[in-house]
Unconditional design. Sequence first.
Length: 453
Amino acid sequence: LLEGMKHGERKRVALMVLCRSQSTADPRKGEEAEVFDKFMNLKDIVVWIGESNDTIDFDKTQFKLFQYLDKYVDDVIRESEPVELVLMFDEAHYLLRKLKYTKENEERSMEALLFRLVRVWLRTVRPACSIVATFSGTSAKLKNFRIASDPDPNHETDTRDITRLVRSRGVGLFPTFFMTTTIGCLRKKGGAIKIDGSEYQQAIPYGRPLFAMMESKNELHEDSLSHILRRMLQLQKATSAWKGNDSALLSILGTRVQMGQMAVEVSSNLIEKGYANLTFADDKTATICFMPDPVCARLAMCMMDEDFKMDGNLEGAEKKWWVLQAKNLYSNGLCTPEKGDFGEVMVALYFLMCADVLRKKDNPACDLRKYTKFSVSLKALLDLLVNGGKTEVNSAGELAGEEPRSDSEAKGDTGRQTETASDMDVSNDDTRDSKKVKVDKQSITFGAIQVCR
């Protein structure tokens, strides 16, 4: 990354190291080889005792890990020239696994054992090479582990100014990673937006570029959507029970409305195992948000429909149940509204759910074609909002809960149910310019499926 740069009398070299858990494929032959210089496959490092893969051989594992790291140093030292080596470990959360080992005939266990061993190796004095390392990953737990000889964090001061620009790859200036986003970056790519596609297909390029690329290659099919949904629900491959998982509930609700800030551990799970985005981090807080994305938002919308099913065992739940879960999450203190209060979040959710009721009528299919049309009549939505979300019609053709109309009002009304179903269409007959054309005949729609701010 910084090969050839000079710093005083030492040559500075940076190596990007990709950590992998139990990978069997050779990453040097894939696209990752264009980015990373080294690959640390933990399958080649961890030495298990017996075949149960329950307890490791501590000494042998430490020896193999140090051997791996020593080779990184040997590869950059040329003719004993003094070197400053920067090791950048990516996907370092794989080093945080809790491992059991035997020491002095006593069985022990330790969180982040490999991570701690790497830090011990870094403290070795090497006259020909000074080393500094950075660890990045999708788990906030990375900043929770310190060695006893580390400086007291209470006496540390952070001199970084996050509003300033940082240098990247030695050329040009770029904002820090949490001040920028790739959401919607492919919307202007030629052919990205399918003009003749559904509203859902037309919206995809405005979301995550990964999903936009998958859609352009027709790879956003049932299997991939099922995988995305399982990730949103924090599910492992063989399980389907998610209703008791607070992280899963926050993932679905947070995708539709910004639920606010959560505990660091919960935030870490939503970033590492879901689709939340880190927007700020320091030693005490981790601020996250759910970016606007039609793929995740549509799946979250489907999960709020008790008739929705996917992958055989993934089923949605009724809207009243979701409202109760949101209330419980706030009551238990698992999250706190960032702005406003609990009521503001619930009002936003109420708006979306009322629109979902109308969308369900416009999207009667029960398969993946469900909810591909987002827009609903604004007038019909307002009627539903005023009526408490009820769609029942009494014998007089009125929405349930509505005050009875007089005969003259009934005669002057063109039919509420007819307007709800047809006011999306703009008349093309000769009466278009006539004063007799009603205002509700104009196409005014509401198409929001999530609230982001």
